[in-house]
Design a protein around this ligand. Structure first.
Ligand code: DGL
Length: 257
């Protein structure tokens, strides 16, 4: 098979990766996509690094068995804890990871930025290196949200439980920051609820950056699919029920609450 025509693999612990997938499909409408959500093992954010590495290897191998030409790790937790390991283990595969969008938030001259992410992302060496690169003139506050990905994964997005949790965790930051960085791919699904608790803030997430980077890498390797018929998306999960993927896929990000 012509390598250009092979699908792109996209992976997350669950539905969060769909927020990245939306940007990929907008930017690269002719690519076939194979999306794998490891719902049976979600959330990753409070697991040990060893567990996250093992699960990421498993997910990557699932995608590689579908002969994908590149793999997007659409999960901040898996990227920050495991991308170096899978890059070393599979040097022939193109991996594109996601990182919290701290750089654009700092370059926009925001003075105080709140970074929301899973506990493991905030603890990781990779993300701490990124923070240290950008916190010279900008106040970057770190806020782990240990339960949020799981609430999004298992509740209707309109459930009071989600807003109650956001209120409990974020209320003290109301009107204290100019910007919020959504450092977990699940969080854009409750963006309106987050902004409601924080007041007037600019919102940054890494999804568009990842889609642009993916396009650049495929271009560089002459792997862009030149068909114009429109790509197909196949969803797969470690859990048999795929309903939640179809449900969230058919909503627009802004319409999710
Ligand atoms: N969506 C993921 C992230 O970007 C993982 C959330 C989780 O499984 O805890 O970090």
């Amino acid at each position: 098979m012509d390598k250009k025509k092979q699908a792109i693999g996209v992976f997350d612990s669950g539905v969060g990766g769909l927020s990245v997938l939306k940007q990929i499909v907008n930017l690269l409408p002719n690519e076939d996509i194979y999306f794998y959500g490891d719902r049976a093992n979600a959330p990753y954010g409070s697991k040990s690094q060893k567990e996250i590495i093992a699960l990421t290897i498993q997910a990557v191998e699932t995608l590689m068995s579908k002969s994908v030409k590149a793999i997007v790790i659409a999960c901040n937790t898996a990227t920050s804890e495991a991308i170096d390991v899978v890059r070393e283990k599979y040097p022939e595969m193109l991996f594109i990871g996601i990182e919290p969008a701290i750089k654009p938030a700092v370059l926009d001259q925001n003075k105080a930025i709140l970074l929301l992410a899973t506990p493991m992302t905030l603890q990781s060496k990779r993300v701490n290196k990124l923070i240290n690169q950008y916190n010279q003139h900008t106040h970057i506050l770190l806020k782990p949200m240990p339960l949020l990905a799981c609430l999004i994964e298992h509740h209707d997005l309109k459930d009071d439980e989600i807003q109650t949790y956001l209120k409990e965790e974020l209320h003290e930051y109301q009107d204290q920051v100019d910007a919020v960085v959504l450092g977990c791919t699940h969080y854009p699904f409750v963006q309106t609820g987050i902004v409601k608790e924080l007041g007037n803030v600019k919102v940054y997430d890494g999804a568009l950056g990842v889609a642009k980077h993916l396009k650049h890498i495929l271009q560089q390797h002459q792997l862009l699919n030149d068909d114009t018929k429109g790509g197909r998306i196949v969803f797969e999960s470690s859990e048999s029920n795929l309903d939640i993927f179809y449900k969230l896929w058919n909503m627009k990000i802004g319409e999710m609450e």
